[in-house]
Write a protein that binds this ligand. Sequence first.
Ligand SMILES: *Cc1c(COP(=O)(O)O)cnc(C)c1O
Length: 363
Amino acid sequence: MSRPIHASIDPGALRHNLDVARRHAGEARIWSVVKANAYGHGLLRAARALADLADGYALIELEGAISLREAGLRQPILLLEGFYSADELTQFAEHRLTAVLHTLEQAQMLAAARLPAPLPVYLKLNTGMNRLGFNQNEFRTALKILDASTQVASITLMTHFADADCDQNGPGIAGQMARLDHLREECHVQQYPLSLANSAALLRYPESRGDWVRPGIMLYGSSPFPELRNANELDLKPVMTLRSELISVRDLEAGDRIGYGGIFAAPAPMKVGVVACGYADGYPRHAPTGTPILVGGQRTRTLGRVSMDKICVDLTGIHGAGIGTPVVLWGEGMPADEVATAAGTVSYELFCALAARVPVVEI
Ligand SMILES: *Cc1c(COP(=O)(O)O)cnc(C)c1O
């Protein structure tokens, strides 16, 4: 038998979650965000599961976009950082890809190209994130360049929110929405379609729907809101479940320490288990003692330091646990959001970090 760890992916849950996004999106169309190998779930697997439901796919990687076309998917595909050099433009045209433009350099490269077909473009506006996007003057210049160009098929405006996921006392999206409205008015581009909302904005701010929404994390069944750790409450279902088994069980005496650094010492005699899963599988090394985990369907906690291939767990009160008892690291019955919070990160990072050595099975 092989090492018992695997990640199971539930395409039905993915489809269900896109339906939930659809309910929130109203009339808006939906870019299913599948960047970073569909947040670790497998690009082609996820894209195929959504093939008859998705209005379009959005991602970062050109090779990934081309592989979607080669798999026969015909929906629009949005490249969220556009192209990085002019030599990619032919592939954009050939594969009918939509490019986000966020610099004047990109606008100039496109205007100077001689493509077999003009490209649909998204112009990214900086409304306060201060990461990618045009400020007002650059935006005016970009519009001038692109209006005069024969290489542009259509223009959509987009922006990205920095605080859509913060709680009610945080800044929210009002400031960025106001800046967006100001920019659109100043530059007389109110007629252009809009794409604004990520998962958090889609779920919380109906005014941010625009014409195309861009949910990512909610499709994979996680909550974008730090104060809401059970995505069930948003009617979302986990898509990835990381499973393994106990491969060893032992009894500790009071004072016995566990694992590297011995950072956990048994306060009294106790039974502990060893799970075949460690940071080389993508489990976060910084998950502290107490991180929740399911053993034999019962909730318990991790103990001591996560090692490369193993984690120890508390078997106190877990009846009948022994070698071969199933363990859920995250997914069904153990929200990835809870594990992520315990480890000081977000479920996005847990999913994306799933290691190549973990076999993935579709259920
Ligand atoms: C990743 C990304 C999204 C999706 O964000 P989620 O928080 O996963 O919903 C949307 N828009 C852009 C520009 C992105 O890069």
